[in-house]
Design a protein around this ligand. Structure first.
Ligand code: ADP
Length: 165
C-alpha cells in the first residue's frame, strides 16, 4: 500500500490545492492531506475550520484522508508510513524554497521522496493569501475557491471587520 502526504496551511483551500489533491490521490492508495498547525503562522481560519473545509471539498475522493501535523513533516510522514510527499509548483519563486526544503527533508529522512506536481495553468497565479486579499477588497473569488469556502471566507471577513481594532 502506497501512502502519500500533501502538506500545507490551506488557509483556506483553493481550486489550486484541489487540483493537486485530485492528481496526487490518483498516484497513491491513500493520500493524507496534512494541515500544518504551526502557531507562528498567523492564520485566518483555525486548524479545525481548515480541516472541515477541506473535508467538504474532497468528499467524493475516497482515498483522501484529512489530518493535521505539527513539527517535522518527515517525522509525520514516517509515523504514517508514507514515503511520498507531494508539493505543488506554481512558479520559479516556489521552486527555490521547495528545492531547499526537499533536499533538507531527504537529508533528514532518505526514505521519504518529494514529488512535485506542476500546477494547472488556470491556477498558476492562485494562492490562499491572494484569495483572502481579493475577497477582503470585495473582488469576485468564484473561480478561485469552491462555493462552501467562499461562504465561510465572507463570513470570517465580516466577523474580522466587526472586531475592535
Ligand atoms: P499557499 O499559501 O502558498 O497557497 P499552502 O501552504 O497552503 O500555500 O500550500 C500547500 C501546497 O500547495 C504547496 O506545495 C503549494 O506549492 C501548493 N499550492 C498552493 N497553491 C497552489 C496552486 N494554485 N497550484 C498548485 N499548487 C499550489
Amino acid at each position: 500500500m502506497k501512502t502519500g502526504v500533501y502538506p500545507g496551511s490551506f488557509d483556506p483551500i483553493t481550486y489550486g490545492h484541489l487540483d493537486i489533491i485530485k492528481r496526487a490521490s490518483s498516484l497513491v492508495d491513500t493520500l493524507l492531506v496534512a494541515v500544518g498547525t504551526n502557531p507562528s503562522k498567523n492564520a485566518l481560519f483555525d486548524v479545525d475550520e481548515r480541516i472541515a473545509l477541506i473535508r467538504q471539498c474532497v468528499g467524493d475522493l475516497h482515498n483522501v484522508v484529512v489530518d493535521r501535523f505539527q513539527g517535522l513533516l518527515v517525522r509525520y510522514a514516517k509515523e504514517k508510513n508514507a514515503n511520498t510527499v507531494f508539493k505543488g509548483l506554481r512558479a520559479v519563486s516556489d521552486f527555490e524554497i521547495e528545492f531547499q526544503t526537499a533536499l533538507v527533508n531527504r537529508e533528514l529522512e532518505p526514505q521519504v521522496e518529494t514529488v512535485f506536481l506542476m500546477t494547472d495553468y488556470k491556477y498558476a497565479f492562485l494562492s490562499s493569501s491572494l484569495v483572502k486579499e481579493v475577497a477582503d477588497l470585495g473582488g469576485d473569488i468564484q473561480k478561485m475557491v469552491p462555493p462552501c469556502v467562499e461562504k465561510e471566507l465572507q463570513e470570517k471577513l465580516k466577523q474580522a471587520r466587526m472586531m475592535p481594532k
